[in-house]
Design a protein around this ligand. Structure first.
Ligand SMILES: Nc1ncnc2c1ncn2[C@@H]1O[C@H](COP(=O)(O)OP(=O)(O)OP(=O)(O)O)[C@@H](O)[C@H]1O
Length: 261
């Protein structure tokens, strides 16, 4: 019997996962509300990336269940979840390196339209439809990549590559965006730029965001709610204020730089 509330878009129930003898996720449950920015934090090795992969379908869990947008997707591979509206970026940006920014977006839009059953022309190597190019250029402008529209992806700065990856994900028109350490390896100014972009994506497009992140300034400034993992277990879930005040969370981060101490 489902107890999912109207507002829940992603629901993880009692998930467990082991690598050999190592139990990496133990009875992990969470529910993500539509339109929120939900952050998953925890020390190195806590299981954040593993949980992330279980949610996106890159890994399957040993026990428990994952529901997305009302459907049980526990055993579904990631490409099926993408079709259901689960967009994602990767810690290491995945783009077509030899393509221009615009061509990367065109390919993504065409893929979405093909998956949606639309007729979009015979092949990617043929000239794309004007409306596809128009949509690509609008997205590029909106995300602030106009200055590199015709640049080859491999030549972009790290921050712009990340923006391009966001664009590719957005071209698929997701209802949720899964971001695993979106600011990893970035300069402080690029981090702020990406944080602003995430905020805009949520505010202006209404896209739900789930993210793992080590930068606590970013987490505390963006998250609607935060879940703390430690040794594969949920320590606490709550608002920024709840998490900052939580004694068990403080103990997890004792001696570490969660509070900028
Ligand atoms: N494919 C794998 N095979 C074996 N062990 C793994 C595998 N992937 C992860 N682990 C182990 O599972 C544990 C959790 O790893 P995970 O990457 O999920 O943690 P994390 O919280 O994302 O860490 P970090 O913050 O360092 O990225 C770690 O002990 C890790 O060594």
């Amino acid at each position: 019997m489902s107890t999912i509330l109207m507002s829940t878009i992603l629901d993880v129930a009692a998930v467990s996962k082991s690598y050999g003898p190592l139990a990496v996720l133990k009875d992990v449950s969470l529910d993500v509300h539509r339109g929120e920015i939900f952050a998953i934090i925890g020390p190195n090795g806590a299981g954040k990336t593993t949980l992330f992969k279980v949610m996106t379908g890159e890994s399957l869990c040993d026990g428990g269940r994952v529901r997305f947008d009302g459907a049980d997707v526990t055993r579904e591979p990631s490409h099926r979840r993408v079709r259901r509206g689960m967009g994602r970026t990767f810690q290491v940006a995945r783009v077509f390196r030899d393509f221009t920014v615009r061509d990367n977006i065109v390919v993504a839009i065409e893929a979405r339209r093909r998956n949606g059953g639309e007729r979009v022309g015979p092949a990617l190597s043929m000239a794309p439809a004007a409306e596809v190019v128009g949509e690509a250029d609008e997205l590029i402008r909106d995300i602030g990549l106009d200055h590199v529209r015709h640049s080859q992806a491999s030549l972009l700065s790290h921050g712009d590559k990340k923006r391009l990856e966001f664009l590719i994900a957005l071209a698929l028109r997701p209802s949720i965006l899964m971001l695993d350490e979106p600011t990893a390896g970035m300069s402080p100014s690029d981090r702020i730029g990406i944080a602003k972009l995430i905020q805009r994506i949520r505010d202006e497009r209404g896209i739900t965001v789930v993210m793992t992140e080590h930068d606590m300034d970013i987490v505390f400034s963006l998250a609607s709610r935060i879940m703390v993992l430690n040794y594969g277990e949920v320590v606490a879930t709550g608002s920024v204020a709840d998490i900052r005040a939580d004694q068990a969370v403080r103990e997890v981060y004792l001696g570490k730089e969660m509070y900028g101490a």
